[in-house]
Design a protein around this ligand. Structure first.
Ligand code: C2E
Ligand code: CA
Ligand code: CA
Ligand code: CA
Length: 272
């Protein structure tokens, strides 16, 4: 009925306002969190086919006094929209570079990866900032990987590729995150400076449940190997998934089956 429809409309607008209020609250609190060091970085292991840890992904964590735990899946997009992402990226980079020596002491060939937003890639001073911070913290570029999603280069391919190739020339590696979920043309894969494809968790989730996901996963692994790209599977939660991915030629695995993201003290053996 009409009345019912109007009621729903009111509920809808009401929830939109709640939504906008929360976004504003989060945007304001981000400033505070940066200033007062309320963020943390957790590290999640990446293992090779032998089960040895070859790297870690740095993932930001935030517990706000008023908001409680806020997921990066919620606050990173808000930071991007409100002009605060570059401050977050700088903060994460500083933290990762500060903690890197502990990882390198344990394994000189370790790769620690951090996520860059598409907005960061557009930022003309990003490359200089990375260079400056690397020399300031005496970081070997070979120990650092940057994870980017295809949105980073869809808008401005030339500019993005320039940044990626500069980072590669320095010795860093570049991983394309969430591969298979977006809209990019496969033709890009041969034109862009890339080292690794990260197959999105949704394909891994459906392994063994959906024939098409299983087929697509095998095809992506095969394609990456033929293109001489490394391949990393995200969101591996079971031994069956791991075994299948390895049997198909996947070189890197990441997921709760191998380890959840955790603070540095919990992932490094010297503290255990
Ligand atoms: P992402 O880069 O795709 O990161 C993978 C996400 O999957 C992480 O969620 C990780 O905790 C989660 N994950 C890993 N293995 C498993 C698994 O086996 N099962 C399940 N269910 N989940 C798994 P998280 O840490 O909540 O991060 C969400 C997203 O927020 C990230 O997705 C990334 O896009 C963004 N993000 C996180 N940290 C940063 C950061 O420092 N900078 C930027 N720009 N983005 C970040
Ligand atoms: Ca990532
Ligand atoms: Ca991902
Ligand atoms: Ca993701």
């Amino acid at each position: 009925s009409k009345l019912e429809g109007r009621g729903k409309y009111t509920v809808f607008v009401g929830s939109m306002m709640e939504d906008a209020k929360r976004k504003m609250q989060i945007a304001g609190a981000i400033e505070d969190a940066i200033r007062n060091n309320h963020f943390k970085v957790y590290y999640q292991p990446k293992v090779n086919a032998d089960g040895h840890t070859m790297g870690y992904e740095a993932l930001i964590r935030w517990i706000d006094e008023d908001l409680g735990f806020v997921s990066p899946a919620e606050f990173i997009p808000i930071a991007e929209q409100s002009g605060k992402i570059s401050a977050i990226t700088s903060w994460v980079m500083t933290r990762v570079f500060t903690e890197l020596p502990d990882f390198v002491k344990e394994n000189p060939n370790i790769k620690v990866s951090m996520n860059l937003s598409a907005i960061d890639i557009k930022n003309k001073s990003l490359f200089t900032e990375i260079q400056t911070k690397m020399s300031q913290y005496q970081v070997a570029a070979e120990n650092i990987e940057f994870e980017v999603t295809e949105s980073a280069y869809l808008e401005n391919f030339e500019q993005a590729n320039q940044v990626f190739s500069n980072l590669q020339k320095m010795g860093c590696t570049i991983a394309l995150d969430d591969f298979g979920t977006g809209y990019s043309s496969l033709a890009y894969l041969t034109q862009i400076s890339l080292d690794t494809l990260k197959i999105d968790k949704q394909f891994v989730d459906n392994l063994g449940h959906s024939d098409s996901s299983t087929l697509i996963t095998s095809a992506i692994i095969d394609m990456a190997n033929r293109l001489e790209l490394q391949i990393c599977a995200e969101g591996v939660e079971t031994r069956e998934q791991a075994d299948f991915l390895i049997s198909q030629g996947c070189q890197q695995l990441q997921g709760y089956f191998f380890g959840r993201p955790a603070p540095l003290e919990d992932v490094l053996s010297k503290y255990n």
